[in-house]
Design a protein around this ligand. Structure first.
Ligand SMILES: C[S@@+](CC[C@H](N)C(=O)[O-])C[C@H]1O[C@@H](n2cnc3c(N)ncnc32)[C@H](O)[C@@H]1O
Length: 292
């Protein structure tokens, strides 16, 4: 039995975070991770369909009345840079100096004049301003208090809040990795599902849309595919077992190249302040259109 109320999704989030062996839920180790990996981040994502799909999806939500954007955990600006071409002002907030260094370089290269870069922990960021659009893409995994973190996103949203994150789906290769190497690989957390539920817990009724990305790996042989997808430093026998079990999920094209494709869902959570009747009623705002 869980040691918390089963409907206390925030407590569940914290309990999962506490069990995470990567340490990335802690500020210190997460910052160290980005200090080491900021230079590689853009490269990791350059060939991933999710990047462009998610950016296009958020970009498609920008309407004529959206002038200001707050991008929480903006990283190297995957979203902030393209969004800055659509709106008047983007505030790109991130705790990692190295991620922001990459963003600053890109801002200077492009001569973007309307991106304000803020280095801060989300929990420590204070402003009286509200933003037309508040965005948090793959960036809410580390919060001292997840309920407060999400509530703050809501409070700073003037029109539209967008949270983008994974839903915990395990691709066949990840499932195999777990079966063969067990604890050597990380449990995936249905973050988006939990954010939706925690928003519900604080009285905010959000919408969720599932988008799919395709991850593609190819090689001349099963052995080559396994070398790309299996964890490093594993025995030849283990890797062969992995390759053999991956075989049913692969196909060979006319040129003889072997392909493995994984379809991965991720979620786009959206909330529009003026549409949330329950939220407005709870806040004592009655001047909007009547609740259904
Ligand atoms: C996976 S990256 C995503 C970056 C960007 N949103 C994107 O989708 O490309 C997560 C980013 O969130 C930042 N981040 C995580 N937790 C944070 C926090 N509590 N306060 C501020 N930034 C945070 C990290 O420093 C990192 O740059």
């Amino acid at each position: 039995m869980p040691d918390h109320d089963p409907l206390d999704f925030a407590a569940l989030w914290h309990s999962i975070a506490a069990q995470d062996s990567s340490g990335r839920h802690q500020a210190e180790s997460d910052l160290a991770f980005w200090e080491e990996n900021a230079q590689h981040f853009d490269q990791w994502h350059s060939d991933q369909e999710a990047t462009s799909r998610a950016v296009a999806a958020v970009s498609g939500l920008i309407t004529d009345d959206v002038w200001t954007v707050l991008d929480v955990g903006a990283g190297t600006g995957r979203f902030a840079l393209p969004l800055a071409q659509q709106v008047d002002q983007v505030t790109a907030l991130d705790a990692s100096p190295n991620m922001l260094k990459v963003l600053r370089r890109k801002v200077n290269e492009r001569g973007s004049k309307n991106i304000q870069i803020v280095q801060s922990e989300w929990a420590e960021f204070a402003t009286a301003q509200r933003f037309d659009l508040v965005l948090a893409a793959w960036s809410m995994y580390r919060q001292p208090d997840i309920m407060q973190g999400l509530r703050k996103l809501v409070d700073m949203t003037d029109k539209l809040l967008v949270i983008v994150d994974g839903d915990g789906y395990q691709t066949p290769d990840r499932r195999l990795r777990r079966e063969i190497w067990g604890g050597a690989t990380k449990q995936t957390v249905p973050r988006a599902v939990l954010y939706l539920a925690i928003l519900w817990q604080i009285g905010v009724r959000a919408n969720v849309q599932t988008l799919w990305e395709t991850r593609h790996t190819s090689g001349e042989s099963l052995h080559e595919l396994a070398a790309q997808l299996a964890p490093k430093d594993t025995t030849v026998a283990e890797r062969e077992q992995f390759a053999e079990r991956l075989a049913p999920f692969t196909n060979r094209d006319e040129d003889g190249t072997l392909h493995y494709q994984a379809q991965i869902p991720f979620s786009l959570i959206t909330w529009r302040r003026h549409e949330d009747h329950a939220f407005l009623r709870a806040k004592g705002v009655t001047s909007t259109s009547p609740a259904p």
